[in-house]
Design a protein around this ligand. Structure first.
Ligand SMILES: O=P(O)(O)O[C@@H]1[C@@H](OP(=O)(O)O)[C@H](OP(=O)(O)O)[C@H](O)[C@H](OP(=O)(O)O)[C@H]1OP(=O)(O)O
Ligand SMILES: Nc1ncnc2c1ncn2[C@@H]1O[C@H](COP(=O)(O)OP(=O)(O)OP(=O)(O)O)[C@@H](O)[C@H]1O
Length: 489
């Protein structure tokens, strides 16, 4: 990319989250990722450069090691002409969802991250002429905490995502509760994974987006977004899955296309194409805790039946590796918070030590090596507390990242440039899998996490458990009554 000759007309709005905004080049497979800030929060150019460089270093030295290099694209920091950035900002403003406009794109520093456009097959060269379908999934936390420090009883049975749904609907963030449960997606069991993916297709929230040739065709931006239209989605997908157009249309066709999509995504998610070194050498914390969330409609419908829920994920696949990194949260926020307070007290006494403790970077190999200490025996030291704090931040990052799956149809016997291939009922796709949004969660967000966690668990217990008890009690009363009668007889 020639930063000297930038033309805003060659770039278009691509998407945004809470902290960054992404624009894509019209022809080339690259995106620019800019940081966003609340209008009142001004940062210096040096601070922004350091922040972006930290993102690159963290991806390179930590996440690549954990997840494998084929999945992680670190990108590079680029300096752009300020005129270009200002004009780009004006150009894209009308396309931004209203709910994201509480923060402004940084137009003052001129710095951004340049990354491959993962909504197209991963390549830095000119866009390929083959059509490309891309599915982005933000799977969220895939396990139930196993830490003995967890005091909220409900957290041992119901996963954080399912509990949080109740609060999100209550506060108006989303209109209805999703049937998606991350534990189903991470189960490795095909039936459960199909259920999870279909649930995401029903209620995408911010957990699912679908792009066709780089353009968003499915997914919602906020609670005001129109309801999911499977007929329209199937119309987009049909040429990919039924190239010879065997099915004419109607609900049968819609269902068949959606089923094919779900099956292909499941196969890709279970594939382990990664050849990375350290990603496979590293032995993570090991899968622990309940494998089923009590709130998942799939699990509820199978209660008491012999369900094949625990097939487990293949070790090479990205879901498995992501889950391992998420499980670096060994103590849960309830066990972590006192350790955070220990580090805080130390820093209050020795503020000059902050740099040495690498709280704000650099995220180098030394930082990575310390993360590998999985001991949970607290020796009362600041060093122990700090290691757990840093592991928690890394785990939280993995709980909030997204997985991008790009699929491109290929002919029956054509070689796919060494890319892996997945089959659907009537087609064949070359695919790539990548992770995005691997920005290390800030140290400062820990008190917020602690409060939010309590709020989510309390709200869930108050509403759902109260409701469940109310619904259960007549049945219990009946059986009690029955038992009493039997006793009398
Ligand atoms: O706390 P959560 O689980 O709601 O996650 C936040 C996400 O909400 P979600 O639940 O996925 O809708 C939230 O996503 P949205 O803004 O809701 O799309 C952010 O990803 C946020 O991360 P950060 O503060 O921007 O670094 C996320 O915050 P972190 O907790 O990951 O810091
Ligand atoms: N390299 C990329 N290629 C293609 N699309 C991308 C890329 N990076 C980001 N995106 C798109 O931009 C959106 C926003 O990016 P990202 O998730 O990094 O934002 P964020 O503000 O950091 O997110 P969060 O809300 O989780 O903090 C993504 O959901 C994805 O659709």
């Amino acid at each position: 990319m020639d930063e000297g000759k930038m033309d805003e007309n060659e770039w278009g709005y691509h998407g945004e989250g809470n902290k960054s905004l992404v624009v894509a080049h019209a022809q080339r497979c690259v995106v620019l990722r800019f940081l966003k800030f609340p209008p009142s929060r001004k940062k210096t150019s040096e601070e922004i450069f350091e922040h972006l460089q930290n993102i690159v270093d963290f991806s390179k030295n930590v996440m690549r090691e954990f997840l494998g290099e084929s999945y992680v694209h670190c990108g590079e920091v680029v300096q752009l002409p300020l005129d270009f950035v200002k004009q780009l900002c004006v150009k894209i403003q009308s396309e931004r969802p209203e709910s994201r406009c509480d923060k402004d794109l940084d137009t003052l520093s001129g710095y951004a991250l340049c990354l491959p456009n993962l909504a197209r097959l991963q390549t830095y060269c000119f866009a390929e002429h083959r059509p490309i379908l891309c599915v982005e999934i933000k799977p969220k936390c895939g396990f139930i905490p196993f830490s003995s420090d967890v005091m909220h009883e409900v957290k041992h049975k119901v996963c954080r995502y399912c509990m949080h749904q109740r609060l999100k609907v209550e506060t108006g963030k989303w209109k209805q509760i999703s049937k998606y449960c991350p534990l189903d997606l991470y189960s490795g069991n095909k039936q459960r994974m199909h259920f999870a993916l279909k649930s995401l297709l029903h209620e995408a929230q911010n957990n699912l987006k679908i792009f066709k040739n780089g353009e968003l065709i499915y997914g919602c931006t906020d609670a005001r977004s129109p309801v999911a239209d499977w007929t329209e989605l199937a119309h987009h997908l049909k040429p990919f899955f039924f190239p010879s157009n065997g099915l004419t249309g109607g609900s049968h066709c819609t269902r068949a296309v959606i089923r094919d999509l779900v099956h292909v995504i499941t196969r890709v998610l279970l594939s382990g194409s990664d050849k990375g070194r350290a990603g496979t050498l590293w032995r993570g914390p090991g899968l622990r805790g309940p494998r089923v969330c009590e709130a998942s409609p799939f699990s509820r419908s199978r209660q008491g039946k012999n369900s094949p829920e625990c097939s487990g994920l293949p070790k090479g696949c990205l879901l498995y590796k992501t889950l391992q990194v998420q499980m670096l949260d060994l103590l849960d926020i309830e066990g972590l918070y006192p350790l955070y307070r220990r580090v805080e007290r130390y820093l209050e006494e020795f503020p000059e030590q902050r740099k040495m403790l690498q709280i704000d970077g650099p995220y180098d190999d030394a930082f990575y090596q310390k993360l590998l200490d999985l001991s949970t025996e607290d020796d009362g030291t600041v060093a122990f507390a700090l290691t757990k704090v840093q592991q928690y931040r890394v785990a939280m990052t993995a709980k909030d990242c997204s997985i991008m799956i790009a699929l491109s149809p290929c002919l029956q016997d054509a070689s796919s440039d060494q890319r892996p291939v997945v089959l659907s009922s009537r087609s064949r796709f070359a695919f790539s899998v990548s992770v995005l949004d691997l920005d290390l969660k800030p140290y400062e967000s820990i008190p917020h996490q602690y409060k939010l966690d309590g709020k989510i668990a309390n709200f869930y217990s108050k509403t759902v458990h109260a409701k469940d008890t109310a619904m259960m009690s007549p049945r219990f009363k009946e059986s009690e009554d029955c038992t009493l009668v039997l006793h009398k007889v």
